[in-house]
Design a protein around this ligand. Structure first.
Ligand SMILES: Cc1cc2nc3c(=O)[nH]c(=O)nc-3n(C[C@H](O)[C@H](O)[C@H](O)COP(=O)(O)O)c2cc1C
Length: 575
């Protein structure tokens, strides 16, 4: 094990080490990746893992993110002359693993690219130069000599349409790229400490794999045909060796639960610009906050029969409107017609369009869905410029609105199900009134809260119970900062009324409210009696809330003679 390195000093580093006979991992360590991708919310950085198998033939499995160009090639050329590499296995073509393929081919044009049919097609557009290729499908094998026989497992939609897994029969290592990965960066190479990794493993599954649960189950079935797996060499985060069975089983359990769910939203989209997939994922994440299953459906890799089947199960539909000029415009239009023909009045829908011009093709589609009697959950989202954090926030909140609409009957039933005496007794628990305000990059949010309590003295800490489907929940992950604004007795009504409004997705919740910035960057409400600057330290899950434990770094009272507004309740199943 390598010594732990100071995060501040080591933004981008490389780690190379032997993980099995003839097999070296080249791990690009990105200590504090801060892009607003939902699956990075836990802020533990990430790694991009590439692998070199040196036998009679030499194979490289995946490359790295382009930001590691120099570091990656320094490490690779330190190990091998690239012109002696025979194969590059492309597990999938997402830029964080394929970003250096063009550079590699320039240095080593003799390399044969091995990948799924869709991956090879995609690479033709990406690398702009001729290359040797070997298209593989499930069960195909590639013999590197000395027992290193690579067997490929097809895993479409995990989380790209072209994903393959690669099993080395000699070392019993399964190279999985995104699958079983997590965004977690430290010097440990393996998964020794499961409890440290669990939150990242689950979040990554929820964001990238959960919306493809059926495909995950199919891939797991294919994986079952393989001999035992000693190591899972992932493309992100630690390699799995200590908890392989347990972690694979979690994918199975989570995906089975998703596939069985009663309420499902099908999100049809076309990953045209590498943008609409991120938007679709943000909408899916917003939907899943409400305990509704979202299923991402890439229009490039589905046929009309499957569309009809999904439409028969879906209670909600989201369509990411593709631009009309794409290569497969006729095929896509035919599938959209199938969606429209199957839409009915019990369904709820939402539309988004990215990279579009001024023709706004969502509107004719909207008319047709409304004619079929379907109900619109949120106004069409039209993205004309490169998406920002605020765009993803808008998509996530739109998804939550859709999910909440679909679960409204369930929520009302739950509220009514409490025994009357118990309900009244529970209602005697009271709290203060607070507004939580948060800012993360460009994204801001606020919420009225009363389930707030001090929870520790050294360090000073508080807990807040935040419902899982709250908009602000996305800005309250470990490491995030916020301000707890304390409302004043006799003077809380205007703020309470303002923040209890039903805000449309992406709305600026601070419009018309006087604020100034706290030292942690979050808004302090000028009318608050006191404020506390907080940082989320950990979260505990209950069935419907996150108990967010946060340390408190600074605070101030504006009027020493005033008291906190107190909230007395009548019943326990309302706030
Ligand atoms: C008096 C009162 C106290 C509340 N306290 C909490 C709370 O502690 N936690 C919570 O998740 N929601 C609480 N809520 C609900 C949210 O303030 C409110 O419904 C929410 O801002 C709307 O959801 P959204 O922000 O996701 O759009 C409370 C509501 C009221 C009326």
């Amino acid at each position: 094990m390598v010594a732990l390195t100071e995060k501040v000093q080591t933004r981008l580093t490389m780690q190379t080490l032997e993980i099995a006979p003839d097999t070296i991992a080249l791990r690009s360590l990105d200590w504090d990746r801060d892009r607003f991708d939902i699956e990075f919310a836990l802020q533990n950085g990430t790694t991009y893992n590439s692998f070199l198998i040196q036998s009679e033939k030499v194979a490289l499995i995946d490359t790295s993110h382009e930001k590691f160009r120099q570091l990656y090639f320094d490490a690779l050329t330190g190990l091998i002359d690239p012109t002696t590499i025979d194969y590059l296995v492309v597990s999938h073509t997402e830029p964080d693993h394929s970003g250096l393929i063009a550079d590699l081919l320039q240095r080593a044009p003799q390399i044969t690219i091995v990948g799924a049919k869709v991956a090879i097609q995609f690479l033709e557009d990406l690398v702009h130069q001729p290359f040797e290729r070997q298209q593989v499908k499930n069960g195909d094998r590639l013999d590197l000599g000395n027992g290193h026989v690579l067997e490929f497992v097809s895993a479409p939609n995990l989380h790209w349409p072209d994903t393959i897994l690669t099993y080395d029969h000699k070392t019993q290592t399964l190279f999985t790229c995104d699958v079983f990965g997590m965004h977690y960066c430290d010097d440990y190479t393996y998964d020794e400490n499961l409890s440290l990794l669990e939150p990242d493993y689950k979040l990554y599954y929820d964001c990238l794999m959960g919306p493809n649960a059926r495909s995950v189950l199919s891939a797991l079935k294919r994986m079952n045909e393989l001999p035992p797996i000693a190591t899972i060499a992932t493309g992100h985060g630690p390699l799995l060796q200590h908890h392989v069975t347990e972690l694979v089983d979690r994918y199975r359990r989570w995906s089975q639960a998703q596939a069985k769910a009663e309420t499902m939203v099908a999100i049809f989209y076309l990953p045209e610009y590498g943008e609409s997939d991120r938007l679709a994922e943000a909408i899916a994440q917003g939907i899943q906050k409400t305990d509704v299953v979202a299923e991402l459906v890439d229009l490039r890799s589905i046929d009309a029969h499957e569309v009809r089947e999904l439409m028969g199960m879906a209670t909600g539909i989201v369509i990411g409107m593709p631009s009309q000029s794409g290569n497969d415009a006729a095929h896509t239009q035919a599938l959209l017609n199938t969606v429209l023909a199957a839409a009915h009045s019990k369904q709820t829908f939402g539309l988004f369009e990215s990279g579009g011009g001024d023709d706004e093709p969502v509107y004719p589609l909207r008319n047709k869905l409304q004619e079929a009697g379907a109900r619109e959950a949120f106004a069409p989202i039209l993205i004309k410029e490169a998406p920002s954090e605020a765009t993803y926030q808008l998509c996530s909140e739109a998804g939550t609105d859709l999910g909440q609409w679909l679960t409204r009957d369930r929520s009302i039933k739950q509220m009514k199900s409490l025994d009357a005496d118990l309900d009244k007794a529970l209602g005697r628990i009271s709290g203060g009134l607070y507004i939580i305000t948060a800012k993360k990059g460009e994204a801001t949010s606020a919420m009225l809260a009363s389930w707030v309590s001090q929870a520790s003295m050294e360090p000073l800490g508080i807990t807040i119970a935040v419902a899982k489907d709250r908009a602000i929940e996305s800005l309250m992950h470990v490491g995030d900062r916020f301000v707890l604004n304390v409302l004043e007795e006799g003077n809380y009504q205007p703020l309470m009324k303002h923040f209890l409004k039903r805000f449309p997705p992406g709305a600026d919740r601070f419009a018309g409210i006087r604020t100034h910035a706290a030292s942690n960057g979050c808004p302090i409400l000028a009318e608050a009696l006191a404020y506390l600057e907080c940082e989320v330290a950990s979260r505990m899950e209950t069935p419907d809330h996150w108990i967010v434990y946060s340390t408190v770094d600074a605070g101030r009272v504006s009027n020493a003679n005033s008291l906190t507004a107190v909230h007395h309740r009548k019943v326990g199943n309302h706030y």
